[in-house]
Design a binder for this molecule. Sequence first.
Ligand SMILES: [Zn+2]
Ligand SMILES: [Zn+2]
Ligand SMILES: [Zn+2]
Ligand SMILES: [Zn+2]
Length: 802
Amino acid sequence: MALPAEPWRVHAARRWETLGPALRAQLSGAAPLRCCWRLLRPEDEALLRALCGRRGAGKEAAAACFYRQAGNARFRRGDFAAAAALYSKAVSHAAPGGPELPLCFANRSAALFRLQHPQACLEDIERALGQGYPAGLQPKVLLRKAECLLLLGRSRDAAQALSVAESRVAGDAGLTGGARRALLSQIEQLRAQAREREGDPAPVSAALDEAREGREPLEENSDLPGASSSVSLSFDASRGRHLVAARGILPGESLLSEEAFVSVLNPGERLLLPDGVETTWDTSIANEDLYCHRCLKPLLASVPCRGCSYAKYCSQECARLAWERYHRTECALGALLLTLGVFCHVALRTVLVAGFAEVSRLVKQAYGNDQEFHGAETGRKYADETPNSRSGREGPCEKGESPIPGCDGRGQYQTSYQAVFHLLPHAEKHSPEHKFLCCLSVVALCKRLQEAGLEATFLRQGSPESQRKGEACETVSAELEVLGEAMLRHMLQLQCNAQAVTGIQESGCGDGTVVNREQVRLATAFFPVLSLLNHSCNPTTSVMFSGTAVTVRASQPIPKGQEIFHCYGPHRCRMGAAERRQRLLSQYFFVCQCQACREELGSDITCIPSTTDTFCCPHCQASMQGEDLLQCSSGACALAVSRDHLSGRLQDLQGRVRRALELLKDDKLEEAVELLLMCLMDAKRFLSPKHMLMGEIEDHLARGYASLGKWQEAARHLQSSIRVVEACHGSSSVEMGHELFKLAQILFNGFAVSEALRTIQRAEEVLSVHCGSGSAQVQELKQMKACLLELPRNLLPRTENP
Ligand SMILES: [Zn+2]
Ligand SMILES: [Zn+2]
Ligand SMILES: [Zn+2]
Ligand SMILES: [Zn+2]
């Protein structure tokens, strides 16, 4: 998804094979883009057009109608959440001003009403009425409006809506007598309710909760806005830029708090249909339907872009800001950006947000003056031995430049285009084939920008001097070259500097007593301050996102003067040193020298169970080892089984666990639990007790039992799941925190007071470090604790008494 769609990647690789040695040499050089402008052929563009055609991002009235009817079918079955999601798809496909859009909004308002979201329902009703909802259908919608207003405590507004409804009924000659009487009697009933509640105080809004989720203020660092004064920025040849503790730091302290320079929502699976499949209107829901495309808030009732069916926002305000900052240009490119992948999209959005003047200034500074830029290759030198992958120096320091790259004239380093631009692209380390793919993609994008006349709009916005008339054609192509150069740089930077923005997706067990939290990848972003942190396989920080903002906290005590580390992905709890180093080298181009790696490689003992050896002996539980033929490692059993056989069993088991999960979702709890118990028995016969699937089965069982109100069984299975999580992620990991939180909820609901209190304490300790003591989860734990402590003694179960 980060890279372009597979057929385009394959096509580019084939083209690379056919290039002559001279061209290949040029492409391997420091300025590969220059020779690519004329390499884009009509057949390349034709392929891209075909790929885009499979996944249109335009408005389509027939699709809107299809999704609305699919929503109606779900609505009739009482599945209002699915209906609302389908109506949202319909809303996105309906053209503004057309007859379909108001119908879609009105239908969605009905689903939102049933889902008990009166405020969102009200907004959709206003949209439907504002878009010309047919007068004959209005009375019903106005009655719904009055009901929402009553729920929100706005009885006077409700009475007014009822008067409008009444006049519509009176003015509608097409109504039969029966229908008219029914409507009028409903109006009377609601009017009576409105009169009754006239004096009631308005309900308290949820604003307090939202404020609590906000970012904590930092004791600001004047050289490094966004960082706390407890850290300082350092630079040396071996480590590049890095952050150091300016004083002793305690676990849980906030170190950085940064808003992404740009972020692009990951569209989610299912977008790229396999070869030969015609475009169909897909009713499945992916990331792109679930989160605001600008601020990443979960979507309830999406506001569609007026121009395309792809972009969706949480509010009119987000839609407006996105349009002003970047979507004005991106809107017409929707399908192309989806085909070229998220990295290409981030690269484009970065230059759009930066503005042409700033892009041009930095490109010219980095690649020499105008003449050099358009002339011979600039013999740039890259720092070769920079162990840190993200932030080093490319070549010697220039006169008047701050000694630390990316800092502005005052020596400040902050979230800016300047800082993004100075992240290392490692241009010389990427394979020439990869660079060719990036070049070809960037050129294709630039060409589309030019054809659509979009680059002219963008250029005019960014730099007033390019508004000169009469020289448009020639100057634009030179300026487009600057843009292309910058976008290529960003695409190459992203391999090492892309930060995945994650969010917590919650799925309850129906009644809301126990909530499952799962981390999902939402977007890809540039965080230039976060990028200052070097990698360690045993990091000293924990990273949390709230929308497009990141907060970094210390996860361990960090003594004064010590470097602060963050983990780029390969963590010592999840894989062995050899595998971690291989991954870091291939993606980030450095050999990890962190303490964990040094210790592990020096000691010769593989204390971490490899994720590939997952099977155990059914007789003695020792691990099964070997290549194609696995043997019990204890030596006593003489058991040998083929790897294929065990892999087949594992696949079969995974299938059954998935089926059980479906049953859980459909509320067939007893059936699900029965199937899961059988899966567990089977799993114990051949899977290592530390296998993730083992933990998952136990976790699902806990969920099933909790939904059945069998708290003891639920707690027992969750404790088994927690042992697996602890083995895989460590006892103070955020994953462990989420599991402990679930266990606390189960014990709380099951009235196991002293055990609940102990678990709440542990969960609070772990989660405060990762999420901060003000986070919603920690607050909820505190409330549970207070509630348990207030219980009168005689209410406690007897076994709990000391
Ligand atoms: Zn938003
Ligand atoms: Zn759009
Ligand atoms: Zn390491
Ligand atoms: Zn054995």
